[in-house]
Design a protein around this ligand. Structure first.
Ligand code: SAM
Length: 256
C-alpha cells in the first residue's frame, strides 16, 4: 500500500488532534525526530513535490501537516497516543466545512470508523454534543477505541439505522448541524485507482444513489438543522451532485 501511494504521489497527511496537543508542539516533536519544517505551504505544487525528511503545513486546513508520500507513522508515539490522526485531506474537509460552533448539537449520521467524528469533536473543542450513528458493529467497536484514544468525550455512539432515528424526538431538537457521509462506491479512493478498475456497475450506482437520497432526505427533516455536509468517497456524479439536486427538489424542503 505504501509503495502504491508513493507511486501515486499522494502525500501523507497528519491531522493534529487539538483535543490532546497543538500544532506547535507536534511540529517541535517532528523536528526533534530529524524532520525539517518548511512552514505554511503557498501552493499545491509545494505539497506535490515534498520529499526526504521534510514537512509542511497545509495551505487550507490549519491543523493539517503534510509529509512525503512514503512516510509511515502507524508506529509513531504521537499516533498510538491519539495526538495525531492519520487522515487524508479530503476526509478532513467535511468537519472543517460544517464548522459547528463550540457547544452545538451535531449529528454524524453514518459515523464509523469515526475519523470525521473525532475531527468534529476537535472543532467543537469537546463542548456540545455529537449524536453518532452506524449500523456496523465491528466498525463501531473500532470507532469506540479510536474516540477514546483521541480523547473525545462529547460523543454518544449508537448502533442504529439512521433512517429509523425520529427527527422529532426532543433529544434532537437542538441539532443544527449534520454530517452525512453515507456508504458509497468508494470510486474516488486513491487506493482503488486507476478509475477504470474501480468503476461500479450501473445497477450498483443506482442502488447506492437510492440509499443516499433516502438518508439525505431524512437528515434534512430534523427541525432545527441549519447546515448539512454531504460527502462521499465517490467520483461518480450519480452519488454526488445528482443526489443533492434531486433531494433539494422534494416538496417541503427549504434548503439552498
Ligand atoms: N464517516 C466515517 C468516517 O469518516 O470514518 C465513514 C463512514 S462510511 C463511508 C459509511 C458508514 O455508513 C459505514 O460505516 C456503514 O456501516 C454506515 N451505514 C450504512 N448504512 C447506514 C444506516 N442506514 N444507518 C447508519 N449507518 C449506516
Amino acid at each position: 500500500l505504501q509503495a502504491e501511494l508513493a507511486r501515486l504521489k499522494v502525500p501523507r497527511y497528519v491531522r493534529v488532534n487539538v483535543l490532546k496537543t497543538c500544532v506547535d508542539d507536534v511540529v517541535e516533536f517532528f523536528k526533534r525526530q530529524g524532520y525539517s519544517f518548511l512552514g505554511k505551504a503557498g501552493s499545491l505544487e509545494e505539497l506535490r513535490t515534498l520529499s526526504g525528511k521534510k514537512f509542511i503545513l497545509d495551505l487550507h486546513l490549519p491543523e493539517l501537516l503534510v509529509f512525503p508520500p512514503q512516510t509511515d507513522f502507524h508506529d509513531n508515539r504521537l499516533y498510538t497516543s491519539g495526538h495525531i490522526i492519520l487522515q487524508d485531506k479530503a476526509s478532513c474537509l467535511p468537519a472543517f466545512l460544517l464548522s459547528p460552533a463550540a457547544g452545538s448539537h451535531v449529528i454524524d449520521a453514518c459515523a464509523a470508523p469515526g475519523n470525521k467524528t473525532s475531527h468534529l469533536a476537535a472543532v467543537l473543542k469537546n463542548k456540545g454534543h455529537i449524536f453518532a450513528f452506524d449500523l456496523d458493529t465491528k466498525r463501531l467497536a473500532t470507532m469506540n477505541t479510536m474516540l477514546m484514544r483521541a480523547g473525545v468525550t462529547s460523543c454518544k455512539l449508537a448502533q442504529q439505522d439512521f433512517l429509523s432515528v425520529d427527527p422529532h424526538d426532543p433529544k434532537y431538537s437542538k441539532v443544527k448541524y449534520i454530517l452525512l457521509d453515507p456508504s458509497c462506491s468508494g470510486s474516488g479512493m486513491v487506493t482503488r485507482l486507476p478509475l477504470e478498475e474501480a468503476a461500479p456497475s450501473a445497477e450498483r450506482l443506482q442502488a447506492l444513489a437510492g440509499f443516499q437520497r433516502k438518508v439525505l432526505s431524512h437528515a434534512l427533516r430534523f427541525p432545527a438543522v441549519q447546515r448539512l455536509i454531504y460527502s462521499t468517497c465517490s467520483v461518480h456524479r450519480e452519488e454526488n451532485e445528482d443526489v443533492v439536486h434531486t433531494v433539494l427538489q422534494e416538496p417541503g424542503l427549504a434548503f439552498r
